[in-house]
Design a protein around this ligand. Structure first.
Ligand code: SN0
Length: 320
């Protein structure tokens, strides 16, 4: 495995889930694999779960993890090609990336959508440079358009908590004060489409449809109540508009998931990737209630990324 950016990079999802369950059952069984190996985790944006779960997963595999917070710990980096560097940016990514690569065996990168240009974000301009210039396997720790480690942990959580063979999983847009990325909903939709035993429904206000390739094959129900009827899992998330790129078109609190919304479901479990704005995205009663999975969902972040790291280390040990 040379890269983990989208669902296509993980291969058969059934096999990946079985492997993640095995990793969860015996997290220290592959300590030899990571011996004398180093992962560098590069963060252009804030993190709690991703940073800590990556460090724990690396440690579980016997691997060293080094965290670099760009703009806090390092020089300010220029990311655009062909610019005259007469401003406050000291070093170009074109040098920084191969240097980082020369110090480690695997690289993890977090670089959110900037919402300045849809093309810049959706072409994954930053992540592609890491793949091209690092000479190392690259794990996305949330790129401009995808958050695969989150979606992998979400699917594992659904598999562990489902009570029917083919659960109805509903992703609902919910209001937020800031313009948030589309990476989490894009990946969640992509993984739900690829999962063999899930009925996936998306509900969001007008103007909030995701990118056309993500929407392809997705059941869209504009009426949130209809969408939630009979749901086994409710996955709440905010994102800014794709069509009116990066804009907030609505802060309608009638979309906030509260006990009334949950009463329309089939006693659904509640999920969110965190961090979450209480009483904007979800009411206190629902997130603190017995059907909330947000903590086990976050705990599974260790095992999704550990499975990915394990596969990369296995390939490296085979000289691939
Ligand atoms: C990020 C997002 O993609 O929505 C990370 C989620 C894993 N979330 C935020 O940036 C939240 C920021 C806030 O102010 O609530």
């Amino acid at each position: 495995m040379k890269q983990f950016l989208t669902v296509g990079d993980i291969g058969d999802l059934g096999k990946a889930i079985e492997e993640a369950k095995q990793v969860k059952a015996t997290p220290f069984a592959w300590q030899e694999l990571g011996r004398n190996k180093t992962i560098i985790l590069v963060f252009f944006n804030s993190s709690l779960r991703t940073r800590l779960s990556s460090q724990v997963a690396a440690q579980n595999l016997g691997m060293h993890a080094i965290v670099l917070n760009i703009d806090k710990d390092s020089w300010k980096l220029e990311t655009e090609m062909g610019v005259v560097m007469d401003g406050d940016k000291t070093e170009h990514l074109r040098e920084a990336i191969p240097v980082i690569g020369s110090y480690c065996d695997i690289i993890g990168v977090r670089s959110f959508a900037r919402y300045e240009s849809r093309e810049f974000d959706y072409q994954e301009t930053i992540l592609k440079q890491f793949i091209e210039y690092s000479g190392r396997p690259v794990i996305s720790l949330e790129s401009a358009t995808r958050h695969p480690c989150q979606a992998f942990a979400d699917l594992l959580t659904i598999e562990e908590h489902k009570t029917v063979a083919r659960p109805k999983v509903v992703m609902t847009w919910a209001p937020h004060p800031k313009a948030l990325p589309q990476a989490v909903p894009n990946s969640f939709a992509e993984w739900m489409k690829a999962a063999p035993d899930v009925d996936f429904v998306l509900t969001c206000p007008e103007g909030y449809d995701l990118a056309p390739d993500i929407m392809e094959g997705v059941t869209l129900e504009r009426d949130q109540k209809k969408a939630l009827e009979g749901a086994d899992f409710v996955y709440a998330k905010n994102w800014a508009s794709y069509e009116h790129y990066g804009q907030i078109l609505s802060k309608d609190r009638s979309w906030t998931v509260d006990t009334e919304h949950m009463s329309w479901t089939n006693n659904a479990k509640f999920m969110h990737c965190l961090p979450v704005r209480r009483n904007m995205i979800v009411s206190d009663e629902v997130i603190d209630g017995p059907n909330s999975l947000v903590i086990p969902e976050a705990a599974n972040r260790v095992f999704s990324i550990q499975t990915v790291m394990k596969r990369m280390l296995e390939d490296l040990s085979r000289g691939k």
